[in-house]
Design a protein around this ligand. Structure first.
Ligand code: HEM
Length: 346
């Protein structure tokens, strides 16, 4: 598939559920919840991961016209513009200066999305979320390794010896070097960074991974500065001058060897499965420092972004995604996140 007008993608993808996974995911989700509880400050618990929000802004998400039939699925079925909330974040479960290497995330919440949603009790919700990070795959073989790492990394001085004890020397060195490589590239601006869902979701009858590709190229010579919140300041400055735009893209499942559903550490190579642009995300010019901008950022901070806030047509796929179906609900319960926006947002 090299263009949206190419042949219809494969529908032969399938998930493989492990017999013990419901109990395992519950235990792992509770371990993350416990971590958030231990770290809770006077104001109560924050997000178990991606605690530090860089910005919470409004956006417009426009589905492109004239997509071929197979690309017209779920929220992409018709050309239209959704209002959206967008939260940029650092991945750590604690607040750190932006200069420190970290996973960077962006969470998009489309508002006013009709159709029945997946989570029991939230079937009538009018939101569809997409969560992305700056890596196209995770370095973790499975969610057990991921959660083990997140908890061990809370005491960084002991991380390497513990990793060697837990995973053996070969896997420990392999994992830590992949991880360090994945987070060490300097980020000068979130407006010029590319983001990926890293894990697959349904796209109607098809399966895809998604990317958010900035319109503006990063300037490698741009000064990064040492300010702890420099990424927020840089975005605020850009948005005071004009809009920031990204393409929202999908790459379609081909087969289990090149585009596996259950493997969280295998990237779907663009040379095998090229990305196709299906929508445009635009953060309009806005004053994030104004009273209105700050109110909006605070409102967004209280919300829950969750890949399972989704239509069945965009059901998250694969074991790490199924684990997230438990972990996000426990984290949002712990921090008392706000209810889903009901379409009457200002
Ligand atoms: C590999 C793909 C993943 C991506 C792209 C991703 C992305 C994100 C992003 C962008 C956020 C911040 C959401 C916000 O702004 O509110 C977040 C939060 C979070 N993530 Fe992930 N994540 C991934 C994997 C996982 C896994 C495997 C787990 C655990 C099983 C997990 C657990 C969490 C939790 C507990 C939160 C905080 C939820 C809340 O309190 O709102 N994530 N993730």
């Amino acid at each position: 598939m090299s263009s949206p007008a190419g042949p219809e993608p494969s529908t032969t993808w399938k998930e493989t559920l492990a017999a013990d996974e419901a109990e395992r995911f519950e235990r792992l989700g509770n371990q993350l919840r416990e971590l958030a509880r231990r770290r809770a400050g006077a104001a109560g618990a924050g997000r178990a991961l991606h605690l530090k929000g860089q910005a919470g802004v409004v956006a417009e998400f426009t589905v492109l016209p004239e997509l071929p039939a197979h690309a017209r699925q779920g929220v992409f079925a018709e050309p239209r513009t959704y209002r959206a909330y967008v939260r940029f974040s650092n991945g750590a479960g604690e607040r750190q200066p932006d200069g420190k290497p970290d996973v960077r995330g962006v969470a998009i919440k489309l508002l006013g999305v009709p159709g029945q949603k997946i989570i029991p009790g939230l079937e009538q919700a009018t939101t569809q979320d997409f969560l992305l990070i700056q890596n196209a795959a995770t370095p973790f073989r499975d969610v057990d390794e991921f959660v083990w790492f997140v908890i061990a990394a809370a005491r960084p001085a002991l991380l390497l010896p513990r990793a060697i004890g837990h995973l053996g020397p070969v896997r420990a060195i392999q994992l830590i070097s992949r991880l360090v490589k994945g987070i060490s590239r300097p980020v000068t601006s979130v407006a010029t960074s590319r983001y990926f869902t890293a894990l697959p979701i349904r796209y109607g009858r098809f399966a895809v991974k998604c990317a958010l590709t900035p319109h503006e190229k990063a300037d490698p010579a741009a000064p990064t500065g040492k300010a702890p919140d420099r990424l927020a300041a840089e975005l605020a400055e850009r948005l005071s001058r004009g809009p920031v735009a990204y393409d929202f893209q999908v790459q379609f499942y081909l087969d289990d060897a090149r585009t596996p559903i259950e493997s969280s550490c295998q990237e779907w190579l663009e040379s095998d499965a090229p990305f196709v642009t299906v929508a445009r995300l635009v953060l309009p010019k806005q004053d994030v420092a104004s009273a209105e901008g700050r109110r909006l950022a605070e409102r967004i901070e209280t919300l829950s972004f969750d890949p399972w806030h989704a239509l069945e047509a965009h059901r998250p796929l694969g074991s790490m995604m199924r684990a997230r179906n438990v972990a996000y609900r426990l984290s949002t319960e712990e921090r008392g996140a706000a209810a889903e926006p009901d379409g009457r947002e200002p």
